[in-house]
Design a binder for this molecule. Structure first.
Ligand SMILES: C[S@@+](CC[C@H](N)C(=O)[O-])C[C@H]1O[C@@H](n2cnc3c(N)ncnc32)[C@H](O)[C@@H]1O
Ligand code: SF4
Length: 359
């Protein structure tokens, strides 16, 4: 079983972000962590925990004692595997050396640092608080403190960014994992209004596909494998937590807007506004067989692990489109395991949609 903990606080709100997070005052944070600890304590699940992901928001921007209390509570309440991957999401400007040492001491063994870009002008447009210098300082400090498993998040799709050059610089700081996300223009964000008002800050689709392909080649040469459409890692440094999501493991999400999944058909979601969350209300969604099939195909084809035909509720191998894709090496079939040929990651959405029509 996997555990996700959501920390919905940030130092400022980035123009593109639609995640549940606020620039929180101390009183709200106090109340939030009290509720969160109670939520963990009241959880009835008793399976062994293989990974913990403390995400957000920006977990590194809240008082570090809150993070310690959350981890202590999880460890007291669940059996956490000795070598469990424990990730903390962080922003470069809130990662002091002292904080890093503290995180290391309480058992965090993986950091996911939100770099986004190494172009200071672009960072400013995005509403980020940090600059390039702070990125390098935080990565250097993380190394010195002894973090050997550091991931960075970058955004693809912004003009005046050069993701290959950024990665070359970041690799000098021994980062082991890179998540390169295609920038999504989300509803009700300042970015959406900027684009509607004519701001020309985005690359076009072809440029984005080319950026991904060039990045994949560049990182492949340096022995970093693209193990999911947006994720690259050196061998042994793939995110165990995210792999758990992609292969359909059971997970529990604690905190505002966090989701849980029973590994079968039931998904629940915490409220994404504070008042309802404080009341403890959860939404329950039972997936239909068709929805579950969709999820298996979609998640499996986005990563190198693929999906198992025998897990579907229908016989996909009878479908003509599927057969043609296998014959044309678009899909790689080995027994009942089906994977998307990495050459076609750029058009994965189209391929997935065609397969879903076989249902
Ligand atoms: C929820 S954030 C948490 C990390 C941390 N708060 C930060 O931003 O540095 C995780 C990652 O999601 C990505 N992200 C957020 N909004 C996005 C969007 N609209 N499109 C693509 N990626 C996005 C960013 O790369 C970010 O690092
Ligand atoms: S991208 Fe990260 S730092 Fe920016 S508002 Fe969203 S969660 Fe906060």
């Amino acid at each position: 079983m996997r555990i996700y903990v959501h920390i919905p606080f940030c130092e400022s709100k980035c123009v593109y972000c639609a995640f549940a997070s606020v620039v929180g005052n101390v009183d709200l944070q106090q109340k939030y962590f009290q509720t969160l600890l109670k939520e963990i304590e009241q959880c009835k699940e008793n399976e062994t925990v293989q990974s913990i992901y403390i995400g957000g928001g920006t977990p590194s921007c809240v008082d570090k004692k809150f993070i310690e209390q959350v981890l202590d509570k999880i460890k007291a309440h669940f059996r956490v595997e000795e070598n469990a991957e424990i990730t903390l999401e962080a922003n470069p400007c809130s990662l002091s050396k002292e904080k890093l040492k503290f995180y290391k001491d309480i058992g965090i063994n993986r950091l996911s640092v939100g770099v986004q870009s190494l172009n200071n002008k672009v960072l400013k447009i995005l509403g980020r608080k940090h600059n390039k210098k702070q990125v390098f300082l935080s990565l250097k400090n993380a190394l010195q403190v002894g973090f050997t498993n550091v991931s960075v998040d970058l955004l693809i799709g912004l003009k005046n960014t050069n993701i290959k050059k950024d990665c070359a610089k970041l690799l000098k700081y021994k980062v082991k994992h890179i998540s390169a996300y295609m920038l999504q223009v989300e509803e009700n964000t300042p970015l959406k209004s900027m684009i509607e008002n004519g701001s020309q800050i985005l690359k076009n689709d072809d440029e984005c596909v080319r950026d991904y392909e060039n990045l994949a080649k560049f990182l492949q040469k340096r022995k970093m494998q693209r193990y999911e459409i947006s994720n690259f890692a050196f061998e042994g440094y793939e995110s165990q937590h995210n792999i758990g999501y992609w292969v359909g493991d059971k997970y529990i999400g604690f905190g505002l807007s966090a989701h849980s999944f029973d590994g079968n058909f039931v998904r629940t979601a915490n409220a994404s506004d504070f008042e309802t969350y404080f009341k403890g209300e959860r939404d329950k969604e039972v997936l239909s067989k068709a929805e579950k099939d969709e999820e298996i195909i979609m998640l499996g084809l986005r990563c190198k692990y693929g999906f198992d035909l025998t897990k579907l509720s229908f016989d996909l191998s009878c479908c003509q489109i599927f057969k043609e894709m296998v014959d044309n090496n678009i899909l790689l079939k080995d027994g009942s395991i089906v994977k998307l040929n990495p050459k076609h990651y750029g058009i994965s959405n189209t391929i997935i949609l065609k397969l879903l029509n076989c249902q």
